[in-house]
Design a protein around this ligand. Structure first.
Ligand code: ADP
Ligand code: MG
Length: 680
């Protein structure tokens, strides 16, 4: 039914068609895949005396009085009537919706659905949903609640989808092969679609939902596996030379076992004749940069160029300044490329990259610019990969011929989950910290501790430490600048002995760098910043991180911020100001105070905020799920993973006719987030 236009649905005209299109709904089939976000349970009506104030209820009530209109002020009318069952009477009110009242007839029974208010003496429902009850069975049901957009009401969606369910489901094609459906006890597509929108009861809703979640995750896994096998079929660049021992010996410290293990995994990958696609996960401060450096060193030993891409200029600069002296002893030439360099500096870097004179190019996304040409790019490294989209990664890789790819992430997620979500990548985990790292003592504090905190800051600075103050979530526009500047001014007043400076996203890159440099050199004691310091920067002397309005940050983000301190030998602290006294905020702050383990934090974050927010703006390049919930649908996810392998084992390119629908759907799913066609 792929092509059936929405216009053919009664009640959908040109205007509504456009609104639906904006929601990504183009055809009748798309609309059938627009799933409810919740349900109203009107299936078991309560007697009035059973209802609880404050809770949503469905009640069958008979209208006892005519409608009374009260004009509260011009343009605002209140309509009231009384309705009752054998256990009590309830006042029903609506504002301004006279037309609704004309539908309610005295003496007739209706099913009312809404939040019960009032007290034992007088119950009340404000603007409830209602429908006539001729016989109980026809009205009592589970009603879908759809995500809305301006110009589209619940009623229109319910009616349109209801129409399609009544008239068009015959042509819904089954897309999961029979043997898979049997093996995993999945219901048919038609049954699933019908019952996700209009469930007969909660059991059939669960059956429908499980099947559709499975379908969605199956498509997701099929896509990832196909991307992966495409990668492994591309001839890569074997890099057989080099023993990382020589590199390791030159380092100023001993690598941790975890670092060594991961470097070895990378070395094996580089030797193979398929391109590496590896994700290195490790908590903040575990030493991912050295692992990347080892990979780069190996590639250079084999005569290939490398690109290291970082999400911010500060971080790119820091990598450049770390790698350049390290590689100097082997005469490896490293250049920097970022947006704020002068035209002349850029030209120099570009020339060296193009001629091959520079073996390593470190930079921001400037590296994917059109004018950047490599002579022989053999390895691409993306630091803090969650900041980049799949497309950006692919664009950098396209500057070579199937170069090896290494991506690094400090947002650790549980391994089982990582295996499922990053199926197209191999995963290495650095699960060990360099020796001597201390726990960052973390406290959640209120306003009453502010004076004391300033004293603490002064002592830290007197003892040679440095402090970060993160003032608020970065706002766009001028608010961010003002917040940082005013806050810094205030701190300078209360901390006269300290040198205070600020950093925000609106500053020029050169200004930011100058401030960071002075901070790194210890010339600035207190650095006020928005979250521009969130990723990567390394100042081992910093001992205190203060976060204002900590409740506004996600747990993983707070953990990243905290990771800016405790990087040296000094005892370090993190102070979280939290205004929100609610239970949810309390749980999040408690998690921060209890543990320093990024994996534990990520797991809590996932549980507390749900995957939508967790992955929301940070995990670019993954399709969004319509139904599946990566935290609670783990079991189905595991089965879908297995099923995807079964299907592809028999039909690696999904060419069999019975897999066609599935192949198309997978392509659709991945093309929406930047991948090219996978199966076509
Ligand atoms: P991240 O994993 O967060 O990117 P970095 O690579 O920035 O961490 O490393 C954090 C700090 O730890 C750096 O100062 C780095 O030089 C240092 N470091 C890395 N590995 C070791 C090690 N094995 N022993 C001691 N210090 C190390
Ligand atoms: Mg890093």
């Amino acid at each position: 039914m792929a092509g059936v236009a929405l216009r053919f649905i009664p009640g959908i005209g040109e205007q509504r068609e456009q609104i639906l299109r904006n929601l990504g709904i183009e055809t009748a089939e798309d609309l059938l895949h627009y799933y409810p976000r919740a349900y109203e349970d009107r299936s078991c009506p309560l007697k009035l005396e059973e209802t609880v104030a404050g809770e949503v209820a469905a009640c069958i009530l008979t209208v006892r009085t005519p409608v009374r209109e009260r004009i509260i002020r011009k343009g605002l009318s209140l309509y009231t009537l009384l309705a009752s069952d054998e256990t009590g009477t309830c006042e029903i009110t609506f504002f301004n919706q006279k037309y609704i009242f004309s539908q309610l007839k005295q003496g007739k029974a209706y099913l009312f659905y809404g939040r019960m208010e009032g007290d034992l003496i007088r119950k009340q429902m404000k603007s409830p949903a209602f429908e006539p009850v001729d016989d109980f069975a026809s009205a009592a049901k589970i009603v879908p609640v759809y995500p809305l957009s301006e110009g589209i009401t619940q009623k229109i969606l319910r009616k349109s989808i209801g129409f399609l369910l009544a008239n068009r489901t015959e042509s819904l094609e089954e897309n999961i092969p029979l043997e898979i459906r049997q093996k995993y006890a999945l219901c048919e597509k038609k049954y699933a679609v019908r019952n996700i929108h209009a469930p007969e009861n909660f059991e059939s809703l669960a059956i429908a939902r499980r099947r559709l979640v499975f379908e969605e995750l199956l498509q997701f896994r099929l896509g990832l596996l196909a991307i992966r096998s495409k990668n492994t079929q591309t001839p890569g660049i074997p890099m057989p030379l080099g023993d990382s021992k020589e590199f390791v010996k030159a380092l100023p410290f001993t690598l941790t076992n975890a670092q060594r293990r991961v470097i070895e995994e990378i070395r094996m990958d580089l030797q193979r004749s398929v391109p590496m696609s590896r994700l290195v996960q490790g908590d903040v401060g575990c030493g991912k940069t050295m692992v990347a450096a080892a990979a780069i060193w190996l590639a250079v030993q084999n005569g290939w160029q490398c690109a290291l891409m970082a999400p911010t200029e500060i971080l790119a600069k820091q990598h450049f300044e770390g790698l350049q002296p390290l590689f100097a002893r082997w005469n490896i030439s490293v250049v920097l490329l970022n947006g704020s360099m002068t035209a002349k500096e850029k030209r120099e870097s570009l020339t060296k990259i193009a001629s091959g004179e520079a073996q390593v190019a470190v930079g921001t996304h400037s590296l994917i610019g059109e004018q950047v040409c490599f002579k022989n790019l053999g390895l691409v490294v993306c630091d803090e990969q969650h900041r980049f989209g799949v497309q950006q990664r692919a664009m950098l890789s396209a500057k070579g011929e199937a170069p090896h790819l290494l991506v690094m992430s400090a947002t650790p997620i549980p391994r089982t989950l990582a295996l499922i979500l990053y199926g197209e990548l191999d995963i290495s985990v650095i699960d060990e910290m360099p020796p001597g790292r201390q726990k960052v003592n973390t406290f959640c504090i209120g306003e009453e501790k502010r004076e004391g905190l300033y004293g603490f800051v002064q002592r830290q600075v007197a003892e040679g430490g440095q402090c970060y103050f993160v003032c608020s979530l970065a706002e766009d526009g001028d608010g961010e600048r003002k917040a940082a500047e005013e806050y810094a001014l205030h701190l300078q007043e209360v901390l006269p002995q300290c040198r205070v400076a600020f950093l925000h996203g609106k500053m020029k890159a050169s200004q930011k760098e100058a401030v960071m440099k002075e901070f790194a050199e210890g010339k600035i004691h207190v650095l006020v910043s928005t979250t521009v310091i969130e990723v990567g920067v390394n100042v081992p002397n910093a001992t205190l991180m203060v976060v204002e309005n900590a409740e506004r940050f996600g747990l993983s983000q707070l953990h990243q911020l905290r990771g800016r301190v405790g990087r040296g030998q000094r005892k370090s602290y993190c102070m979280l100001f939290c205004e929100d006294k609610g239970a949810e905020a309390a749980r999040r702050m408690a998690a921060m105070c209890e543990t320093n383990d990024g994996f534990v934090i990520a797991k809590r974050d996932l549980e507390l905020r749900g995957p939508g927010d967790f992955f929301g703006n940070r995990q670019h390049g993954l399709p969004e799920f319509r139904l599946a919930d990566i935290a609670s649908d783990m079991a189905v996810m595991e089965q879908a993973r297995e099923a995807a392998e079964l299907i592809l084992n028999g039909d690696p390119l999904l060419q069999e006719p019975r897999h066609q629908v599935l192949a198309q759907q997978v392509d659709g799913m991945f093309s929406r987030c930047g991948y090219g066609a996978i199966f076509n």
